[in-house]
Design a protein around this ligand. Sequence first.
Ligand code: SF4
Length: 402
Amino acid sequence: MSINIVKPELLAPAGNFEKLQAALIYGADAVYFGGKNFSLRAFGDNFTRDEILQAVEFTHERGKKIYAAVNIFAHNADLDALADYLKFLDSAGVDAVLVSDLGVLALAKETNLKIHISTQANVTNWRAAKFFHDLGAERIVLARELTCAEILDIKQNCAAELEIFVHGAMCISYSGRCWLSKFLTGRDANQGACTHSCRWKYNLVEEMRAGEFFPVGEDERGSYIMNSKDLCLLPYLDKVIQSGVASLKIEGRMKSVNYVAGVVKVYRAAIDSYFDGNFSVRDEWLNELDKIAHRPYTTGFFLSDGKPTEIYSTSKPSRASDFLGIVRDFDAKTMTATIEQRGKFEVNQRIEFFQPTGKTFSQIITSMRDEDGTEIFSAPHAQQIVKIPVVEPVEIWSLLRS
Ligand code: SF4
């Protein structure tokens, strides 16, 4: 069967309303979020019911789509509240729900909501994909643990829309099917409370020698034995698109506005360039992805090239730039930008403006005033409003970075 290639949707994480705004303004076609309950990011900000209504309105005003993650593995005690929540999502106008538990799927089928099967359901073959499609799922978010050839095979044998992760953190076990966090801390990954215990540094302790840590590891690099690199399929985006998937997903509901804006802008440009007929991997895209906090990148299982997907030397992500603020207003007459502060910055510091559509530019901060017009020399307070002169017109929602 030949593959029908359509321009895939770019789907971004919305950990809170501000991140949702950033994702859509920087070029996502759709966003996914979790409510206060029933989604696998219990420690994210997540959305109240009022915020969900606001988010649906903001998204639909822009002609884009919004999906709700309801991907916990439910227990009996959850069912009544889940049924009520799903009815609310339906009435709110959410475009689809992501589910992994068959009980939740059954409840979702009692509403008009479209159903996407979450990656937590670990669909790794076309029979499983077809089974969920026959059950009423419109889309399957495939397991991350698949090669490009396997994705193609699933596409050729199943009429459901397919979604794959193209960027972001990986689980070292089959996505979410892991008891490490629950075992070590009592916080259950399958209830949205993972502590990312796989990224901790481990030593060996002999029972009779409490406090004596024996290193675990094969060489001098150390012992982060389960710490996965981050997925980045940007260099292979042509192959990804040619596999016929309908949606390219960015991981990271817990990540910053800076991460969401940066990753979305890069993938937006890359997808558009493929369909404009001039895709090649550009240094500016790779540089941008390097600036954002990340672990070393990997292609994960996509290429099946056997390269290591773990980092043994550290569990800390690296980043080349700091997120300092968001442009809330721009006065073209006085060439002044109004910034909402997110990180400390000061006069004489070199900063850059990362814009939703325009080019990134850099300048020195020559002076600074607070909201009342008083001259100041630094902006140390969280969410402080600061005005600075700019050397170029700057778009509202641009990010100020070091
Ligand atoms: S501990 Fe690590 S592997 Fe396990 S669910 Fe959490 S992130 Fe995934």
